[in-house]
Design a binder for this molecule. Structure first.
Ligand SMILES: Cc1ncc(COP(=O)(O)O)c(C=O)c1O
Length: 413
């Protein structure tokens, strides 16, 4: 990771050098990758760290007494400490490795939720949630008889906090809310939401999938009970993510899955479970993935945060201006506090046609319902086109997008 800048100036060209895939040509055109909200590209440091682990350190963690098993365990547990520091969690054992955001939310729903949420209780989510922060709660409600309630948004894509205040009450046992919307880019006021929830005695789970690549996260300052994210959206590998849970909550939560590593002792009459985080990490974990996540954290935290945020804001603001000037284009999601997502629709053109045509120009964006069908219904749209920005995107990428949209308009005129 030697070529990552250490200065406070954000040199995007230097950052791009870390991402070999950005040199690829697509249909003979330079790749313009504007789909980081779906999955980010991977820096060389992450690729190297995983490859080094597999080449030199691979062995099963925790159980071995031999040299490699110790090296592998050190690498795996080292990543846990990196994730702890990344989130500013108080303890490393508050970091549970999971497959990703989806698994983390299912874990909390089936473990914490099944224990604490019953027939008379309510789970509060919002209209802008990803399916992975809706369906696990619906499943829990079906299992327990609890009620799912939904906080609406305004037409700019901002949460209606007065509605939030109206809907939350003594029956609310858990609030599950996204930090940043994957469709609208809206940054939700988590600190305020946590305060309102805690006054009612409700716990708060924050879906940080779209926040971790862009915002500095401090779970202690946010005061949330659970914070979850995926490695692959923050320049790390797929198949690894984090559930942060406050120590005393993880302590009293039952395990989610049974198997090896999550036990202290087993006999046919009774099993004694291991302590967190191991209680929640049944089976051989994704060791190379955890190492890759550690390297992604190293990469992200080596970038000068203020300058990175200013750069991403510049590209977002530039994109907002440029797209707004495209005839017939309407931006979806115009919240005051916004991060790195530009969703839009174009008069008379289905988003799938937009995505397919601009792909031929080398421009990769996402089209569809973005796993947020209830939000699409609220917006009265079947789908949107979504350009999303990572640390490597530039104003030139936006220019390429706008030029490619010109081709779409030529075809559909
Ligand atoms: C806001 C949000 N939550 C959850 C998820 C699910 O993440 P994963 O598929 O990595 O589990 C996504 C993925 O797009 C997302 O954008």
């Amino acid at each position: 990771m030697s070529d990552i800048q250490k200065s406070s100036v954000f040199d995007v060209e230097q950052v791009r050098q870390n991402f070999p895939i950005l040199g690829e040509k697509i249909y003979g055109k330079p790749l313009v990758y504007l789909d980081s909200a779906a999955t980010s590209q991977k820096p060389q440091g992450v690729i190297d760290a995983m490859s080094y682990f597999l080449l030199k350190e691979n062995a099963n963690v925790h159980r071995g007494v031999h040299y490699l098993a110790e090296r592998a365990t050190e690498a795996y547990e080292g990543s846990r400490v990196k994730a702890q520091l990344f989130l500013n969690a108080e303890y490393a054992h508050e970091v549970v490795f999971v497959r990703g955001t989806t698994e983390a939310i299912n874990l909390v729903a089936q473990s914490y939720g099944k224990k604490h949420i019953g027939e008379e209780d309510e789970v509060l989510i919002t209209e802008m949630e990803h399916h992975s922060n809706i369906v696990p709660w619906q499943m829990l409600c079906e299992q327990t008889g609890a009620r799912l309630r939904v906080v609406p948004i305004n037409d700019n894509g901002e949460l209606l906090l007065d509605e939030f205040e109206r809907l939350i009450g003594s029956k609310t046992k858990l609030v599950a809310v996204t930090h940043v919307s994957n469709v609208l880019g809206t940054i939700n006021p988590i600190r305020r939401i946590v305060e309102m929830a805690h006054v009612q005695g409700a716990r708060v789970l924050v879906d940080g999938a779209q926040a971790v690549p862009h915002l500095k996260i401090d779970v202690q300052a946010l005061g949330c009970d659970f914070y979850v994210f995926s490695g692959h959206k923050m320049y790390g590998p797929t198949g690894i993510g984090v559930l942060y849970g406050q120590s005393e909550l993880l302590d009293e939560m039952p395990p989610y899955q049974g198997g090896g590593d999550m036990i202290l002792s087993v006999n046919f009459k009774k099993t004694i479970y291991n302590k967190p985080p191991y209680k929640f990490e049944a089976g051989t974990p994704n060791m190379a993935g955890a190492v890759g996540l550690g390297a992604a954290i190293d990469f992200l935290t080596s970038l000068p945060y203020e300058a990175l945020a200013a750069h991403e804001k510049d590209v977002l603001d530039y994109g907002t201006r440029m797209l707004s000037a495209v005839p017939g284009l309407r931006l979806i999601g115009t919240a005051h506090a916004k991060a790195s997502v530009l969703s839009f629709v174009l008069d008379g053109v289905h988003p799938h046609d937009i995505g397919t045509i601009i792909d031929r120009e080398g421009v990769a964006i996402r089209v569809g319902h973005h796993c947020a069908q209830p939000l699409m219904s609220r917006l009265g749209l079947p789908a949107t086109a979504r350009a999303s920005i990572g640390c490597y995107n530039t104003r030139q990428d936006i220019n390429a997008l706008v030029a490619a949209l010109g081709k779409v308009r030529e075809i559909f005129q």
